[in-house]
Design a protein around this ligand. Structure first.
Ligand code: FES
Length: 178
């Protein structure tokens, strides 16, 4: 016996019902993806920790008074001063430019502290100037160059590298006496 048209339509989905269900399924999928993205972006993540390690910069006799030595890969200077040895970052505390040592520029250190009247750190970006201790004397930099812990292991100079330490001036703990 043949089914009436209405009965046949009830047996399966109409075209309109099929499209409506498909549309809702697609919308649900998109909403789920958006929600997952939002939740993921808000979820607290562990920040990668700076790797702390001991770096042997050399032996004491390699570092001459008043002549800072650059360690490019470690991005630090080691500076021999009358009180001992100090290590600090090459990164300007203004906007982070590399700060080169300028041996021929006029010194900004205390007069008579070093034999030569020359030598200072000059940031090329906005003109901040630093002494042999990494202390800012001019320009927009807000503080001295960040420092690293240094210690002596016999005659070896060992720097603890990782995240440099911010400072507002020079304190005895930054300098290892020699
Ligand atoms: S980045 Fe060094 S003075 Fe601006």
């Amino acid at each position: 016996m043949a089914l009436s048209g209405q009965t046949a339509r009830r047996k399966g989905l109409s075209r309109r019902e099929f499209i409506t269900i498909g549309w809702w399924a697609a919308a649900g999928l998109v909403l789920t993806e958006i929600s997952a993205g939002v939740i993921y972006s808000l979820w607290p993540k562990d920040k990668p920790k700076a790797k702390v390690e001991a770096f042997v910069a050399g032996t004491l006799d390699q570092f001459k008074l008043g002549e800072p030595v650059l360690f490019k890969k470690q991005r630090l200077y080691l500076s021999r001063v009358p009180e001992g040895v100090i290590a600090f970052s090459t990164k300007c505390t203004h906007l982070g430019c590399f700060v080169p040592w300028r041996a021929d520029d006029p010194s900004e250190d205390e007069p008579g502290k070093f034999n030569t009247g020359k030598g200072r750190f000059n940031c090329p970006c906005h003109g901040s100037i630093y002494t042999r201790y990494g202390v800012r004397v001019a320009g927009p930099a807000p503080r001295p160059l960040d420092w690293y812990n240094v210690k002596l292991d016999g005659s070896k100079v060992v720097v603890t590298i990782g995240k440099p330490i911010q400072r507002q001036g020079v304190t005895p703990d930054q300098i290892v006496p020699v």
